[in-house]
Design a protein around this ligand. Structure first.
Ligand SMILES: [Zn+2]
Length: 387
């Protein structure tokens, strides 16, 4: 058998070339570390451990275990080859500059790779190694068992309230509108350590956009409040709440959602907000205790009820009016004008239907044992909704 043919057969059988004599193998420290892990995996496999057990003991992931479980000691050559195919180490300087650059507004894998003369995959690997994750503001986060329990409890308590009770709610929430529209959400992601960092960046550093607060009842809407920068309890109490709850002048029912009376009785209504940090702040809770007839305090309403509160649906309507069927707004003032226009043109029946849908949604949440509702088409059949 010729030399080349023997080589080829060896390659076919073992997945690598046969060793040449006197070849020196140089491993980097990371490769050596990998080698040790891999030896341990193989040892444990031979000792009859299950993959799950190995995974737990080595604090490793299933892919690694699988990969290295397949190449055993009886093929030391393939074993070493495998170790050496690990990606090359990059210098600390390059790592540092990648990590520094990730905070730039226009950070981009390809561009950064070109600047540093490394491939975009390497840039990505550096970010992954630093345990940074590509995160996009989630539209809905996962529910834990406890969330579901709290949701069920809350729904059980309120599902049978009649519509006149639901008409007493002022439901408020904030929304971020970006200049770039909701068009390509992937572009709105960032390399961050956790979601909290994403929240800060989204409003403050990256997004050219607007943060706006609004409130609604089954009859009309509050004024919008636009907020610059980070909001805390104090700013919320001073800049947002007074405007959201300013309804004293609104005593007559009109066709205009922005001026019509929001409640049958301005001294008998309930303020609702979700669980942002500034909403649960002591100063905020104190302010509400003194300034609104009634409100859900921070312990009364569970978190993650976004599929219940109807203002989410209303923001969706506003969003589609702001971005839909036209070019993206060119400037923040233009975006602001569009948001206000969309908000003020909300249809009273849409509002009423959204509010009256909440008790039906509560029942659905209970049907689903606390799980989140996806799209939901059922509507109230009271005379004003059916009209
Ligand atoms: Zn109705």
């Amino acid at each position: 058998m010729g030399k080349t043919r023997r080589k080829r057969r060896y390659l076919k059988k073992n997945g690598c070339l046969p060793p040449t004599n006197n070849e020196k193998i140089v491993l980097t420290s990371r490769q050596l570390e990998n080698l040790i892990t891999r030896v341990r995996i193989n040892q444990m496999e031979e000792d009859g451990f299950y993959r799950k057990q190995i995974q737990k003991r080595l604090n490793s992931n299933p892919t690694t275990i699988n990969k290295w479980g397949k190449i055993g000691f009886d093929n030391p050559r393939a074993f070493l080859e495998g170790v050496r195919t690990g990606r090359p180490e990059v210098s600390r300087t390059i790592e540092k500059s990648v990590l520094r650059k990730r905070t730039n507004k226009s950070f981009n894998l390809r561009k950064t790779g070109l600047q540093l003369n490394i491939s975009h995959t390497t840039v990505k690997n550096i970010l992954n190694d630093a345990e940074l994750k590509w995160k996009v503001r989630p539209t809905a986060t996962k529910l834990t068992v406890n969330h579901k329990k709290q949701r069920l409890k809350f729904c059980k308590e309120y599902k049978d309230r009649d519509l006149s009770w639901w008409d007493k709610l002022l439901i408020t929430d904030s929304k971020i509108f970006l200049l770039s529209g909701g068009r390509n959400p992937k572009q709105h992601g960032r390399w961050v350590f956790d979601s909290e960092e994403l929240d800060l960046w989204e409003v403050d550093k990256f997004a050219k956009g607007l943060h706006v607060y609004g409130g609604m009842t089954s009859k009309g809407v509050s004024q919008l409040v636009f907020i610059n920068g980070i909001i805390d309890g104090e700013r919320y109490v001073n800049e947002v709440l007074p405007i959201l709850i300013d309804i004293q002048e609104r005593t007559e029912e009109t066709d205009d959602v922005t001026t019509t009376a929001l409640f049958d009785d301005n001294d008998d209504w309930i303020f609702e907000q979700d669980h942002a940090k500034c909403h649960d702040a002591n100063i905020t809770q104190e302010y509400l205790r003194e300034n609104v007839p009634d409100f859900f305090n921070k312990n009364e309403v569970p978190a993650k009820m976004d599929d219940l509160w109807c203002i989410e649906r209303i923001w969706a309507v506003v969003t589609s009016k702001v971005y839909g069927g036209q070019k993206q707004p060119k400037s923040l003032p233009a975006l602001k004008r569009r948001i206000i226009k969309a908000w003020e043109s909300l249809d009273p029946i849409t509002l009423k239907k959204a509010v009256h849908q909440m008790p039906i949604r509560m029942k659905e949440i209970m049907n689903r044992k606390g799980n989140r509702i996806g799209s939901f088409k059922e509507h109230c059949d009271c005379p004003s909704c059916v009209e």
